[in-house]
Design a protein around this ligand. Sequence first.
Ligand SMILES: *Cc1c(COP(=O)(O)O)cnc(C)c1O
Length: 380
Amino acid sequence: MSSDYLSSWAKNIAPSPTLAVDAKAKALKAAGHDVCGFGAGEPDFDTPQFIKDACAQALIDGKTKYAAAPGLPELRQALADQYHQNGVIAEANPAQIVVSPGGKYSCYLAILATCGPGDEVLIPAPYWVSYPEMAKLAGATPKIVLAGDDQGFKITPEQIEEALTPATKLLILNSPSNPTGCLYDRSEMEAILDLAIRKDILVMSDEIYEYLLYDGSVHHRPASFSDEARDRVITVSGFSKTFSMTGWRLGTLVANPTIAKAVANLQSQTSSNATTFAQYGALAAVQNWDQSMQAVQDMLVHFDRRRLLLLDGLNAIPGIECLRSQGAFYLFPKVSSFGLSSEEFSARLLEQENVAVVSGHAFGADGYIRLSYATSDEII
Ligand SMILES: *Cc1c(COP(=O)(O)O)cnc(C)c1O
């Protein structure tokens, strides 16, 4: 069948390049090549045992039916308590929480609930690969603003102000960032929020890496800054990266009651609830927070060691410059001095050296490559 039969949405969407690199590396490995994979965007640890146990017990207890579309009431309440404590919501109101099948879906629903044809979505680059495609799927127009390594990969209020038009509806923030690992400090984040409030634009803050921090860095949740911020920031996070639960598909969204209700409605008509027994595992993670944070600390010891190993190794290569990241599990070195596009560079690296990385092009930043250090010291 010709692609004429496909919808305009399907024709215009690009496949996820990060998943594609991972698939190519796995195929080469299966064919007997000794591939060093830096492509994967997921922790290489197992999920903490007590979380798996809670899920297994739920399965044994027959928690195998549909749950409430926006999430298990106990889980939404536990998350509401937590987000109230850290200032993201003014009261511990579970109606402001939606649990979705993955943080990716939470992002998509946040965009779908707020943006449509005629709206512009402001996306700082380097960006997570899915944001522009999600904006397009909502019928909106992605507008990209580049922040290079000379500014620590962080967008400034001046750049945002310059890119604003009367059609700008939503600004996407992702700190700590995938692909750069950069982290906005409090004053930088506050200046951006002040502008968003002044210009009446909504903010989606993707905080999926909020607990993966190094060098004593602190993550600042923009929604917690003020009542006005709480009203216009949609906070997205999830269990995938923090607790090594990528395959569980569990994301979270926190927003004002109007947006949260719209997101819940969209979810109820498109996916229904996130997997019921998986949510019991998440509930154990939230209810036993000290134990959960201990598990994260244990993983961070390894991530941090690998981060520094990879950082030093990269910076020791003539022609490569890499900023010291502060969060997530990625480094985003500049490779432009080699005179190749980053797509060409990463393609040759895989073909000639059996090293899998993702081209910066995929993140809207040519001249860089992304390496994930969620891999062994031996590989690094
Ligand atoms: C991994 C990731 C997500 C969501 O991951 P899920 O597996 O869908 O929970 C969201 N945003 C960014 C920036 C990510 O890297």
